[in-house]
Design a protein around this ligand. Structure first.
Ligand code: 3PG
Length: 211
């Protein structure tokens, strides 16, 4: 389900949230802008609570955990109701924790060896992180070439200025980014601005990839 939703949405908001009480209004703001997927990163102590609140109170939202760096965090995310796991790198214990709970996992890769390791776990979609510093779409296309049906979710340094070129490529399942719901707007509680950003991004996506 997560992969289908992400593909249809085009964007996976990467979220850093300090206050779990803002999680539900945030999820509603994203939904109001047509975005029904959200990656809550374990970069703050509020992440698990934020996931739990969204999972319980906003069931239309496909909420998952990001920046999951070990199996313990993966377990906390799963127990909180995460519907998918994203990691900046490829660590077998994180993949195994997600697969053990039968939820999708998106490990980060930048090399053929990491892709091969992921393939050995039966995975075919990878996060490409950090996308822009590692050569962006050009590197993704070169990396994808030997591996047939592998697809990527690039994140890191992508925003409205450079997202279109990624969307135009068949190797891209969706793009991840913090620009639709940046930390500052969440912190100040400017949820209307987040909805606006989602709408603008969704409109751009529709103009590039007809549903
Ligand atoms: C991630 O964890 O996916 C990235 O840090 C998001 O990168 P961005 O803030 O440049 O969008």
């Amino acid at each position: 389900m997560f992969f289908k939703i992400a593909k249809k949405c085009g964007i996976i908001p990467v979220i850093k949230i300090e206050d779990a009480d803002k999680a539900v209004p945030l999820a509603k703001a994203l939904l109001g802008g047509g975005v029904n997927v959200a990656e809550i990163t374990f970069r703050t102590p509020a992440a698990a609570d934020a996931i739990a609140k969204i999972a319980a109170e906003v069931p239309e939202m496909c909420v998952g955990a990001g920046t999951v760096v070990n199996a313990k965090q993966a377990g906390i995310a799963i127990d909180s109701g995460a519907k998918f796991i994203v990691s900046p790198g490829l660590l077998p214990e994180v993949i195994e924790a997600a697969q053990g709970a039968r939820i999708p996992v998106l490990p980060g890769v930048v090399t053929p060896s990491e892709i091969m390791k992921g393939l050995s776990f039966g995975l075919s979609v990878f996060k490409f992180f950090p996308a822009e510093p590692f050569g962006g779409l050009k590197t993704i296309k070169t990396l994808a070439a030997p591996f047939g049906d592998v697809r990527f979710v690039p994140t890191g340094g992508i925003d409205v200025r450079n997202i279109a070129k990624y969307w135009k490529s068949d190797t891209i399942l969706a793009v991840g980014g913090s620009f639709v719901a940046p930390e500052a707007l969440i912190g100040s509680g400017d949820f209307a601005a987040i909805t606006r950003r989602c709408k603008e991004t969704a409109a751009m996506f529709q103009s590039i990839r007809k549903p």
